[in-house]
Design a protein around this ligand. Sequence first.
Ligand code: NAI
Length: 245
Amino acid sequence: MSVQGKNIFITGSTRGIGKAIAESFAKNGANVVVNARKEIPAKFLAELTQMGVKAIGVGGDIADFAQAEAMIFEANEKLGPIDVLINNAGITNDKLLLRMSEEDFEKVLKVNLTGTFNMTQAVLKKMLKRKIGSIINISSVVGLMGNVGQANYAASKAGVIGFTKAVAHEVGSRKITVNAIAPGFIQTEMTDNLPDKTKVAILQQIPLKKFGVPSDVAKVAIFLAEADYLTGQVISVDGGLVMNG
Ligand code: NAI
């Protein structure tokens, strides 16, 4: 399906990758729902609206089941039914396993994995009736290959991949596609804080010899939203860091 005129809900979209995805969809003529836990900046919504599309802000925490349902309800009321859901919001809380508390582990799982479940279940109710839709889950290469200090994050992102494939099986007969993107190292606030030594070490392992930018992920999100005969897949956007097959 062309994304032009379609309604897209992007979680965690006031900055970083989510913000770039919102901008790309708007540039391609889609109406967008911008989400964050805090207030959505009116300036960003105005910038999107200037592209000739509708843009609304819907605040709330994806990790809270009732809030997820309420956010999809609000988006439906204000914009109409959602055609594409992009589960982008995510957090890290890096620690070596033996220093990781139960709370450190569960908090990351709760946002990255349970949040994806909460939003997907809420949006699917209408999508299944309408027999149209695309769900794009932002996983990570860390969910494919693991990483020191990220047992919680890796488990959550690997979980997102399993979730993606299971739901793709369940809803395929209703013409709904479900795919995941596994970004590598993308320059955002999430990665800014890493020590320079770590950045240099990562760069050496990337065949394309550069870090990604949020728009690299956004391009693939548009592609997946429009690809009708592609479901249950994980696309790595990582400069070649992880090569399968
Ligand atoms: P970021 O930290 O810059 O942005 C994340 C956004 O999610 C923020 O707007 C934040 O407010 C929002 N968010 C966090 N928890 C939320 C919650 N409970 N409810 C609603 N919104 C919430 O992160 P970035 O780098 O843009 O990452 C976006 C996604 O891409 C995340 O899922 C991340 O795990 C994933 N990713 C990022 C990579 C990178 O190199 N930056 C690499 C691989 C995956």
